[in-house]
Design a protein around this ligand. Structure first.
Ligand code: ACM
Length: 547
């Protein structure tokens, strides 16, 4: 018995020695060759400190999580997939026998990562986004007090990986510069809007947009679900809205709509990317498609026809019919039940044929319906002319006068000035997509403005954040979305995330130039503005997938 035990002991000792001897020494980078500024981080982080020792990422590098909850394993999987698509390296997650350098993902409420978001902009859904990345010789750690902060930190890690389009075959070791990054958002609300009503976009197309938004730390996707040309969301109690109202789109092509199951799947996908969906049902104007399906809504005794043009301001619902409010209640309740975010957007813009007292009555009633559904109402800036109180949010797009009324009422304001932030404005005269009613918005115009002071008289504590809307009169697929969104969208992401003193056009445009490598790897159909010296891949591109 004693003999067997000691023999076993020797065997174990031998095995340990053998395994230790077999282990390759960890790769080290003595003197780093790259630094953070060469990488083109967008949005620029709050604080960066560099040191000379880089972190080598190679085939033995592994990902370690601070716990093994489903959430952490999902984060590790997400990180591994993105690294694989970028570099071809297939990193193990929490391996039994770790060998190489480690990427550690940590949720540590005790770390120095407490919520730092500007208190005025606190939003229970989007706080806790601060994170810290420490890059050492053998450990690269991303730590945050909250899951959302960890996710934002992982996006920064993706941008820290050198941009070469090489695969592992010609680049076995990927050097990540050494140092630390401490980061937190300037605004808790960092939005993009997609108009899926004028032209319909499939779930796959919206998910692809979500992938790209998440990379730049956008955390809100506002979906403009209904308009004169189409109703795009299934409402079980009112099935003709989609059966009839979803049939067409601008130009007369086949429209489409999301079933409730598809919408829920989209919301879940957005959630996984820490993006909150804000559903919009635009009313009382912009409602022709719904009135074709249910003609009692418009109150004029006429059955309208499906509309495939692009004029605005000709439709309204009847503010003096209780049945209309019953209908709106059903719509708001069904959509709210599927939307975990805190907001419901009731539109309210360009109701040119709604009489003023009717408009006020309608917005007042619908705001209450939205609140009853447990949501905070948001409306385009015209809603401030109704009896809105400080709990509703105004989205400033055109009228400084309305912004001033919002301030008087103590309402929070989302900044989407069309002259600066509308992604559907053409870059210049000969741009193939977009409109120019608010002017041309080249990439520098889109970036060079200060949200903190843009809307005269709106104090910074009332600014909830920034949103870049993309209206779809002229676009109908992902390529066309991307042509208008990129390269302007990263600029809006930086205006929303980074503090004013960090932002500088001349420096930013160098970082933007490097995005072409990300765009090319991911086949993003960006507009190659001549204002930017786009960087081409330093090595022969061998794209292996999207990251
Ligand atoms: C808008 O552009 N009509 C809000």
């Amino acid at each position: 018995m004693t003999f067997i035990t000691s023999k076993l002991r020797y065997l174990i000792l031998f095995a340990v020695l053998f395994l230790t001897a077999c282990q390759k020494p960890m790769i080290e980078i003595e003197q780093g060759i790259s630094d953070f500024s060469a990488l083109g981080l967008i949005p620029i982080p709050a604080a960066i400190e560099e040191d000379e020792h880089g972190f080598p990422m190679y085939k033995d590098t592994y990902i370690k999580t601070s716990d093994t909850t489903a959430f952490m394993l999902h984060m590790a999987q997400f990180t591994a997939e993105k690294i694989f698509h970028h570099s071809g390296l297939s990193l193990e997650i929490n391996p039994e026998n770790p060998r190489g350098t480690a990427i550690e993902l940590e949720i540590t409420p005790t770390e120095e990562t407490e919520v730092k978001t500007n208190e005025h902009n606190m939003d229970p859904n989007t706080t806790g986004e601060s994170y810290k990345i420490s890059v050492g010789k053998s450990i690269l750690k991303i730590a945050s007090a909250q899951p959302s902060g960890l996710f934002r930190g992982i996006q920064t890690l993706r941008q820290l990986i050198p941009n070469q389009a090489a695969t592992i075959k010609n680049m076995p070791v990927w050097e990540i510069p050494g140092g630390t990054i401490e980061d937190a958002p300037n605004y808790a609300f960092r939005g993009a809007m997609l108009d899926v009503a004028r032209h319909f976009f499939t779930i796959q197309e919206v998910k692809r947009y979500i992938d790209l938004l998440a990379y730049y730390k956008i955390n809100i996707l506002h979906l403009h679900l209904t308009d004169d040309q189409g109703w795009r969301i299934e409402i079980k109690k009112w099935p003709k809205l989609t059966e009839v109202g979803g049939e067409k789109e601008v130009g007369g092509g086949t429209g489409g709509f999301y079933t409730q199951a598809q919408y829920k799947d989209l919301v879940a996908y957005a959630n996984k990317h820490f993006i909150t969906i804000i559903p919009e049902v635009d009313m009382p104007g912009h409602t022709n498609a719904a009135s074709v399906a249910y003609p009692f809504l418009n109150g004029n005794g006429k059955t309208p026809e499906l509309y495939t043009g692009t004029e605005v301001g000709f439709s309204t619902w009847d503010a003096n019919n209780e049945k209309v409010y019953d209908f709106v209640t059903d719509v708001v309740n069904e959509i709210s039940a599927m939307s975990p975010g805190p907001y419901f957007h009731l539109g309210g813009d360009e109701s040119h044929v709604t009489k003023k007292p009717d408009y006020i009555k309608f917005v007042n009633r619908v705001s209450e319906i939205v609140k009853q559904a447990g949501k905070t109402p948001i409306g385009w800036d015209e809603i401030v002319t109704a009896d809105t109180d400080s709990t509703a949010i105004a989205q400033f797009w055109a009228s400084e006068k309305n912004a001033a009324i919002a301030v008087q009422k103590g309402m929070k304001v989302i900044l989407s000035p069309a002259k600066k932030a509308y992604l559907d404005m053409q870059y210049k005269e000969d741009s193939p997509y977009g409109l120019h009613w608010a002017g041309y918005v080249p990439v520098d115009t889109a970036y060079i403005w200060t949200p903190e002071t843009y809307a005269k008289g709106v104090p910074s504590e009332l600014i909830l954040g920034i949103e870049a809307p993309l209206w779809s009169e002229t676009i109908s697929n992902s390529d066309e979305i991307e042509y208008l969104a990129f390269p302007r969208l990263p600029g809006y992401a930086e205006l929303a995330w980074s503090s004013p003193e960090k932002r500088d056009w001349n420096e930013y445009k160098g970082r933007l130039a490097l995005q072409s490598l990300f765009f090319d790897r991911n086949k993003v159909n960006y507009y190659p503005s001549e204002k930017i010296d786009w960087v081409s891949p330093p090595l022969a591109p061998k794209t292996i997938g999207k990251d």
